[in-house]
Design a protein around this ligand. Structure first.
Ligand code: GRF
Length: 201
């Protein structure tokens, strides 16, 4: 069974969905470690509730990226825990070379839009303000860009005339939880090939 590490900065509902799926035997992997760049992140408590070691590692600085030294510490902690796949779940940092090289092709992210539309922060607000009729979420492999890696799975979510950022975000989030489990299971099976940006299962 593959060993997964989760990196998250906040609330941790996607992390919880993965932990629950693993506990219920619905995830073809074991979550060995939860790491956060914020000491007060609720996700640390979520990990511990599921008896998974959960640690804050100092990001080294504010801003979009960890320092290279901090990122090396993240990689070290993941390797020490035997982690083979890294799942980003609301990790508010751009992944740099240490993680990308340490886990080449094995870092996954979930984003609350149908990429390549609305990458970056506040995707649901961007979608609503643009006026799209269909929003959604995407699980993708992580490369050096922001939300630009090859797409694993996507789930559309209709936008309702009555939607606010909050209501749309909540409906997308519900779909995120199932989508992340399905996408990880596809990858963990290992039966896929990548051609250009396309992943064939
Ligand atoms: C989710 O909307 C996810 O798509 C985005 O950040 C949010 C994290 O939420 N990357 P949570 O911490 O998993 O509840």
């Amino acid at each position: 069974m593959s060993v997964i590490g989760v990196l998250a900065s906040g609330r941790g509902s996607n992390c919880e969905a993965l932990l629950r799926a693993a506990a219920e035997g619905r995830l073809q992997g074991r979550i060995a470690l939860v790491l956060s760049d914020r000491p007060e992140a609720p996700v640390l408590e979520t990990g511990r509730r599921f008896n998974v070691p959960a640690r804050y590692i100092d990001p080294g600085r504010k801003g979009a990226r960890l320092t290279p030294e901090a990122e090396a510490q993240y990689v070290g902690a993941l390797k020490d825990a035997g982690v083979e796949w890294v799942a980003l779940a609301g990790f508010m940092r751009i992944v740099g070379p240490e993680l990308l090289n340490g886990y080449a092709g094995r870092i996954v992210n979930i984003h609350p839009s149908l990429l390549p539309a609305f990458p970056g922060l506040d995707a649901q607000r961007q979608a609503l303000e643009y006026g799209v009729r269909v929003a959604g979420c995407t699980v993708h492999l992580v490369n050096e860009g922001v939300d630009t890696g090859p797409i694993v799975l996507q789930q559309p979510v209709p936008v309702l005339p009555t939607d606010t950022v909050e209501s749309l975000s909540a409906r997308i989030l519900e779909e995120e939880h199932g989508l992340y489990v399905r996408a990880l299971n596809l990858l963990l099976k290992g039966n896929y090939r990548i051609e250009g940006r396309r992943i064939f299962f």
